[in-house]
Design a protein around this ligand. Sequence first.
Ligand SMILES: Cc1cc2nc3c(=O)[nH]c(=O)nc-3n(C[C@H](O)[C@H](O)[C@H](O)COP(=O)(O)OP(=O)(O)OC[C@H]3O[C@@H](n4cnc5c(N)ncnc54)[C@H](O)[C@@H]3O)c2cc1C
Length: 269
Amino acid sequence: MKAAAFAYARPRSPEEAFDLLERPGAKVLAGGQSLIPSLNMRLSTPDLLVDIGALKMLREIRREASALRVGALATHAQVERSADVRKHVPMLAEAARQIAHPAIRNRGTLGGSLALADPAAEYPACAVALDASLVIRGKGGERRVKAGSFFKGLFETDLRPGEMLVAVEVPTGGESVFLELARRHGDYASVGLAAHRSAADLRLSFFAVGARPILAKHAAAAAGTSIAAAQDALARDLDPPADLYHSGATKLHLARVLLGRALAQWNTK
Ligand SMILES: Cc1cc2nc3c(=O)[nH]c(=O)nc-3n(C[C@H](O)[C@H](O)[C@H](O)COP(=O)(O)OP(=O)(O)OC[C@H]3O[C@@H](n4cnc5c(N)ncnc54)[C@H](O)[C@@H]3O)c2cc1C
């Protein structure tokens, strides 16, 4: 199948992009690694593709006072290799390494993955675990939304028509573990866990277990007692639907296995 006809524009400035995005049927094109296949299968039929690839300022990775700011157009490969990401938010670099294959990582972007909000994707779960803020810009100005409120449901986010995700601000500090089980390296995860702990908080963000990343609050509360108690409590947080390969019960079992591994990794440090 081929994509339906569409117009194409490559703005040179954010202002030009926002003008274009006001047009009916306009859609942002970033790395195209999810959008182009969906056009080819006619799952998406936009009238105008606004290719933001020339907005180089959106590629920047920058250290700020207590956060790392990663531009929406930073590719998975860039995130994986960035010395700043590896040093200050290593979870993101580890997650990037697990996304698909080098060809896709060279073009796919952090912002594209977050905006798409695939429930089996790595970055949305990391953003929730790390309590990141998503920086969203539109003609009306800029706003920040915490990752925990950004992901609304299956492929559904807080982005409004005409808006663009421009960056993610990730608080630095704490310790993290990123684990996933997939049928082959590079496949979407069967189940994944992005876990982050700081002096004040333990955040266990599971993915591929529901319509969006799920913070396992009961398991986190029980983790202070024992690993087994946290694993038992996980059934109060997760009720995974079956996927093509696994029943919901198997996915819950796999989530418990990942939780056990993550907590054991910390306990043995
Ligand atoms: C074979 C294959 C395997 C893959 N495996 C994985 C995997 O294991 N894990 C994983 O997480 N992903 C995987 N992906 C998806 C890949 O990571 C995509 O690159 C990513 O999901 C989308 O990023 P993109 O830059 O390509 O966005 P695009 O495809 O260009 O856009 C995706 C969507 O986001 C919107 N969008 C993009 N950027 C912005 C922005 N800045 N502001 C607002 N809206 C925006 C677009 O309008 C579109 O709706 C895989 C893809 C393929 C083809």
